[in-house]
Design a protein around this ligand. Structure first.
Ligand code: NAP
Length: 249
């Protein structure tokens, strides 16, 4: 059995997930670098730590999720931290400008196929991966689950007519509102077992997700998810926060 705590980060082959993986490794975790393309995960794992391992994990594919859970059980027998980071902002071709992504995801325009694809990864993927990993998380002494949500999914912020970003509130943002609901659902159900479940808002971060229009670095974007992954026994559960503090739901 691994003497170090074990963390799984989904969508960790690039962007904020890769940085979360690096930060957790530097805090003493053996990190499993989730990647739907195993080869990309293997390249990323080399940049994370010597003992980091790539694991094939497509959060929209139940067979892939089940195989990943089996692999973690065989190799480690438990999971201390799960970071549900994998996410997509749209289902179209990669590299589209942010304005186009935002416009095409607005609810009056977006196709139901696009809605289903985005929710399959961003919402159902979080539920499916968490359910599959739960028996392994229960084997850990103090498991933590972090769901990477978004300030774009804050109903309170977006309800403010002065919020300059609310014109972008569409399918992606709605999926991130649902992520927060999923966080609360798991948090309430697992509270008695001491498993803490929280949502992290990385802030507007320059990654492929937004055609690198974000203003923050991945180091900044990873910070809150990492803090929540490291919560001690007195830490909260069922919260939504960024590196400045609580975010209004
Ligand atoms: P990114 O650089 O595009 O990375 C997204 C990651 O998710 C990639 O590794 C991608 O893998 C993976 N992914 C997508 N679909 C997947 C699937 N079905 N199964 C497994 N992995 C999948 O974007 P990012 O900005 O780092 O996003 C990370 C998280 O932060 C997302 O949940 C996003 O919604 C959230 N977020 C980002 C921002 C921001 O400003 N960037 C703000 C708020 C929240 P591939 O390489 O295979 O595509």
């Amino acid at each position: 059995m691994n003497s170090k705590p074990v963390a799984l980060v989904t969508g960790a082959n690039k962007g904020i997930g890769l940085q979360i993986a690096k930060d957790l490794a530097s805090h003493g975790f053996t990190v499993l670098v989730g990647s739907r393309d195993l080869a990309k995960g293997e390249v990323a794992a080399k940049s994370v730590a010597d003992d980091a391992r790539a694991i094939q994990l497509d959060v929209a594919d139940q067979d892939s999720i089940s195989a990943a859970a089996d692999c973690v059980r065989k190799e480690f027998g438990r999971l201390d931290v799960l970071v549900n980071n994998a996410g997509i902002s749209h289902a179209g071709a990669p590299g589209r400008p942010l304005e186009e992504i935002a416009r095409s995801g607005l609810l009056p325009n977006v196709s139901l196929n696009e809605v289903r694809t985005v929710w399959e990864t961003n919402v159902f993927g979080v539920i499916a991966v968490t359910q599959a990993m739960l028996p392994l998380l229960r084997e850990a002494p103090a498991a933590r689950i972090v769901n990477v949500a978004s300030g774009g999914g804050s109903l309170a912020w977006n309800s403010d007519p002065n919020n300059p970003h609310r014109y972008m509130f569409g399918n992606y943002s709605a999926s991130k509102v649902a992520v927060n609901a999923v966080t609360l659902g798991f948090a309430f159900s697992l509270e008695a077992e001491g498993i803490k479940v929280n949502s992290a808002d990385p802030g507007f971060t320059a990654t492929d997700l937004n055609d690198h229009q974000g203003t923050g670095t991945v180091e900044e974007g990873a910070r809150e998810a990492v803090r929540l992954a490291l919560l001690g026994p007195d830490g909260p559960t069922g919260t939504f926060s960024n590196s400045d503090g609580p975010v209004a739901w």
